[in-house]
Design a protein around this ligand. Structure first.
Ligand code: FES
Length: 216
């Protein structure tokens, strides 16, 4: 499967109770500790979500613009090592890509090049673990980190936070801004969900963060 394949149809929240249930579970108690949570959250990074002049001019939406968590979206029923899937997240115009690296690590990124906003492609056969490639000006991004490894892109690909369910389903749940840590991105977007914020270890969440952070 490649990023040029069409993504599976997005579940309609009104017609897919599983989506709403997943979001609730994420926000409530499906994840038990900050460490556990971050282990299953596959990714997030920095870099403005949309690069180039259009972004500089504020024309295009950027991943991570909102402080509210986007609706969780199932992007794949399963994803095997070496496979990728293209999808739109958090909005219908926001191109994104999820990749299962050969060692099983699940990563997700904006698929909009940070140079001039061309579409980024997954090339499994390149390097030791594949790469994300922009054909417009030969931009290359590290598949594991989203960092720029070649070409003119000025910033890393912004990451998309992914969660994998026990049945193998892959869900996109949040995004990050340029240079933003996974933890900060999650705390920002789940600030109005105290239970989740506490599990992540967000500052001020239920007054338990400092206690937890001294143990981890
Ligand atoms: S638009 Fe991607 S390298 Fe130029």
């Amino acid at each position: 499967m490649s990023v040029t394949d069409q993504p599976p149809p997005a579940p309609d929240p009104a017609a897919d109770p599983a989506q709403a249930a997943l979001h609730d579970r994420i926000a409530a108690d499906s994840l038990t500790t900050r460490r556990d949570y971050l282990r299953i959250v596959a990714t997030v990074s920095g870099g403005l979500a949309v690069g180039g002049i259009a972004v500089a001019g504020g024309v295009l939406h950027r991943h991570g613009d909102s402080d509210a968590p986007p609706d969780a979206k199932r992007v794949a029923l399963t994803l095997a090592p070496g496979e990728s899937i293209a999808f739109r997240f958090p909005g219908d115009d926001d191109r994104a890509v999820a990749v299962r690296l050969k060692d099983g690590t699940l990563v997700g990124y904006s698929a909009v090049c940070t140079h001039l906003a061309c579409g980024v492609l997954w090339r499994e056969e390149r390097g030791s673990e594949g790469e994300l490639y922009c054909p417009c000006h030969e931009g290359v991004f590290d598949a594991r980190t989203g960092e720029v490894t070649a070409g003119p892109p000025p910033r890393p690909l912004p990451r998309v936070l992914l969660v994998e369910e026990a049945d193998g389903g892959v869900w996109a749940v949040a995004t990050a801004r340029s240079g933003e840590s996974v933890e900060h991105a999650m705390c920002r977007q789940f600030a109005d969900k105290p239970g989740m914020a506490a599990r992540i270890g967000c500052p001020g969440a239920n007054g338990k963060v400092a206690e937890r952070s001294t143990r981890t």
